[in-house]
Design a protein around this ligand. Sequence first.
Ligand SMILES: NC(=O)c1ccc[n+]([C@@H]2O[C@H](COP(=O)([O-])OP(=O)(O)OC[C@H]3O[C@@H](n4cnc5c(N)ncnc54)[C@H](OP(=O)(O)O)[C@@H]3O)[C@@H](O)[C@H]2O)c1
Length: 246
Amino acid sequence: MPVTPESILILGGTKEAAELAGRLTELGVSRVVTSLAGRTAAPEMPAGETRIGGFGGAQGLADFLRSEAFELLVDATHPFADTISHNAVEAAVISGIPLMTLRRPAWTAVDGDHWFPVASVDEACTAIPPSARVFLALGRQHIDGFAQRTDVHFIARMVDPPERPLPFRSCDLVIGKPSADPGTEAELLRTYGVTHIVCRNSGGQGAYAKLIAARDLGLPVIMIERPDTPDDRSYPTVDALLADIT
Ligand SMILES: NC(=O)c1ccc[n+]([C@@H]2O[C@H](COP(=O)([O-])OP(=O)(O)OC[C@H]3O[C@@H](n4cnc5c(N)ncnc54)[C@H](OP(=O)(O)O)[C@@H]3O)[C@@H](O)[C@H]2O)c1
């Protein structure tokens, strides 16, 4: 049976990271520290200790790992948070402290899906056909580049009202979280006359219902694929990762 580390640093900011911190704490690991970037004003605090803010690059993270005598680093950040994931790999090499990665699997298209994979937000913008009505399922920080498409009507969904007006020539703003019910998502897409969806391949269940709705309605999806993040010792679920360290 593997030896359970007694001191673990989790790079967090995801539901899975919080679940892992809870499970490790329940298992009696002496020190579980979750690191958050500090982007959210009032983040939910995971079990165990929390620290907030960047480390100052890979070297800073390596110094932190060594000075606090961590025995294991777990990268449980979002699949699109690629800078911190590359830093984690480098910091593990510099510090000699082992790294495990928890990364939810990407979605894959099934029969009935009409997905058009693109590598970036810029490519997604170019891939939109003229005069489309596009449902933008992207965070506020990723939408500005689409403003150049003055021929397109955008429907942007956001959890909180934006601090400044949206940059589009023509748009609707929908305030609210994604629904877990494909029927509700389909109703929204129909109501706004959506012809295309643009989203990122985040994986997981939370945002999948809109893709089922798109399938049911025969709508094309411009899918921004994940950045190229290191996949060594990568685990798809909390259970799989725990099985290797407990
Ligand atoms: N990207 C998304 O769409 C998304 C979605 C949901 C949640 N999140 C969470 O939000 C955080 C930031 O995402 P991002 O895309 O801005 O990251 P990123 O571009 O990969 O990272 C940018 C910088 O932010 C700092 N940082 C990122 N994650 C950190 C963490 N967990 N603890 C301490 N510092 C961290 C690092 O600063 P230093 O170089 O100074 O160490 C990193 O170099 C991540 O923790 C991620 O899990 C991101």
